[in-house]
Design a protein around this ligand. Structure first.
Ligand code: C5P
Length: 242
């Protein structure tokens, strides 16, 4: 097979030119970083698991009418996606206090939040993805008020759906991060869900024991990282082919 042209290499994924115009190939690496790249490691088999988990979740979301960039999985580490113009925002939805909100606001980790909280971060590695307000997003033109409303509405629907999906397999969805992109069809522009949804960008706790089944095991040097990702895949009923 001809070698694909690499377009972009991120911390956990590589994007290659796709087979047809308007498509890309998203390759999942085993690399893991934390603290905006300060810590780096390899979680053997993570790429394979995240490719499968993200495929599964994107397909379930498409079934409820959330538009996503996912087209199909190609092999164990690659999926075919639609090429979009990435909006430089990370939208974080939180149901239970953990991570940065627990630290910043002094809320004990594990506290159920009064309602789901939406936060925005400006996607910029050099600046360490700073938190921003709606004012910054619209004033600097990263997204129009209408586009932002669209992203928030989709994020809250994703949250409702995924909370139920994970609850069904004994997992609490603590928080997660989404990214969106613009898809141009002639003069028409649609915003669709992009990137991935996996234990790399969700906090997932066992509903009974609160055991962490996500990247916090890597961030906090807790060990058994691959096993935790495997457990999420196993509960969702999707283990990777041997
Ligand atoms: O670190 P923090 O508590 O703000 O993270 C909230 C959620 O967003 C977590 O699920 C984390 O995995 C995800 N996140 C991410 N990429 C980042 C920052 C946070 O996927 N750059």
């Amino acid at each position: 097979m001809a070698r694909r042209r690499q377009l972009y290499e991120g911390k956990a994924k590589i994007l290659f030119e796709g087979p047809e115009p308007g498509t890309l190939v998203q390759y999942f690496k085993d690399d893991a970083t934390a603290g905006n790249g300060a810590k780096h490691g390899i979680i053997t088999g993570k790429g394979v698991l995240n490719n499968r988990i993200s495929e599964y979740i994107m397909l379930r979301l498409q079934e409820i009418g959330i538009p996503t960039h996912f087209i199909r999985r190609i092999n164990m580490r690659e999926q075919l996606i639609r090429e979009v113009e990435i909006i430089p925002l990370e939208i974080v939805i939180r149901n239970i206090a953990a991570g940065s909100i627990a630290k910043r606001l002094g809320i004990p980790e594990g506290t159920r939040l009064p309602r789901s909280i939406v936060e925005y971060y400006y996607k910029n590695d050099a600046l360490g993805d700073p938190m921003v307000a709606e004012e910054h997003i619209t004033a600097f033109g990263w997204a129009s008020p209408h586009d932002l409303d669209d992203m928030v509405a989709m994020s809250l629907r994703v949250n409702d759906f995924l909370m139920g999906l994970f609850a069904g397999v004994g997992i609490s969805l603590v928080d997660f991060k989404l990214e969106f992109g613009r898809l141009w069809e002639g003069e028409e522009m649609r915003i669709i869900l992009a990137d991935e949804i996996s234990p790399d960008n969700c906090r997932l706790w066992d509903s009974k024991t609160n055991e962490k089944l996500d990247k916090d095991r890597f961030r906090r040097d807790m060990g058994q990282v691959e096993e935790a990702y495997q457990e999420v895949a196993r509960r969702l009923g999707i283990l990777p082919e041997a």
